[in-house]
Design a protein around this ligand. Structure first.
Ligand code: SD4
Length: 292
């Protein structure tokens, strides 16, 4: 077998180095994907994930995260969780619960605290200052407050042929309290099946959810499409469909990996992503929307 991993945005690079070490040492796909995301969550300068993530409109940091095991199809998710350093680890823990595996708001935070996860104030001074500035700008200039926000999403394939997927985000900057995007939603923000492959999304959750984009990519791979063909044929026609119905479409960037270690991406914005395989050290790549 051959191991591989793909993840959204340049911010995944350092975490991917750690994940690659785990995969190269015959570690599990779940451990590798959790480690990758944990690194991003703990880094205070990534403004859209974990510690230092930008808050909602009211200045409160609310995180969404998910974990999925491609062998069992077990999933765990949290949405609107507060004061937790590693939302994805809480999601992974929830994935072993047969009932109550998707928790939101106070219930999610309570679960994290009861299960001994690291609790901390996630609003750094830097993120708070940025929020205050954006608040002024949006009020003064009537700006769209939501632009420029990213989710880390990753898929891993282990040497044993097992796969896992995970996401973590503080959601859209200046979102309304309680707003949840695609990232913790199975089939929209992520999906993985070790018999086929997996996909993960970043972009405007409200639009990604309309097409269940991650599941649609995995479904196409199940029908025999390569990850790249599945991304192309799932994502671009769907963007056109939204444009036809709404006159516009939000940002979409999807990554996919199959259980042979082949990968693909689709994007309608300039998009950085990271890839590593047993043949390829972690590498930052860039894709441009005009290429499609
Ligand atoms: C969300 N998809 O909450 C996330 C945010 C994101 O690039 O990834 N923006 O809708």
């Amino acid at each position: 077998m051959t191991w591989a991993t793909i993840a959204t945005w340049r911010m995944a690079y350092e975490g991917m180095q750690k994940a690659s070490e785990i995969l190269a040492a015959d570690g599990s796909a779940g451990d590798a994907v959790e480690k990758l995301i944990n690194e991003v969550e703990a880094y205070p300068y990534y403004k859209s994930v974990g510690y230092g993530g930008l808050p909602n409109e009211e200045g409160v940091v609310e995180m969404d995260a998910a974990f999925m095991d491609g062998d069992t199809l077990a999933q765990g998710s949290v949405a609107g969780i507060q004061n937790v350093m590693h939302a994805v680890s809480v999601a992974r823990s929830l994935s072993s619960e047969h009932y109550n595996s998707f928790r939101v708001g106070a219930g999610a935070t309570k679960y994290a605290s009861l299960h001994g996860f690291e609790m901390t104030n996630m609003l750094t001074d830097r993120a708070k200052a940025r929020w205050q500035k954006r608040l002024r700008e949006t009020q003064e200039n009537n700006l769209n407050p939501y632009n420029g926000h990213d989710t880390v999403g990753a898929i891993t394939l282990s040497n044993k042929g097992s796969m896992a997927a995970a996401t973590s985000t503080s959601g859209l900057f200046m979102k309304k309290s309680g707003r949840v995007g695609d990232s913790p939603l199975s089939g929209s923000g992520f999906y993985v099946d070790s018999e086929i492959g997996g996909a993960a999304a970043t972009g405007l959750g409200e639009d990604i959810m309309k097409g269940c984009m991650s599941y649609e990519i995995v479904r196409r791979m199940a029908d025999g499409q390569s990850p790249q063909a599945a991304c192309d044929e799932a994502v671009y026609p769907f963007i056109e469909k939204l444009k036809k119905r709404y006159g516009k479409a939000g940002e979409f960037s999807l990554v996919a990996l199959n259980n042979q270690g082949e990968w693909g991406i689709a994007t309608n914005v300039e998009f950085t992503f990271c890839v590593a395989t047993d043949q390829q050290a972690p590498k930052i790549m860039i894709a441009y929307p005009d290429a499609n």
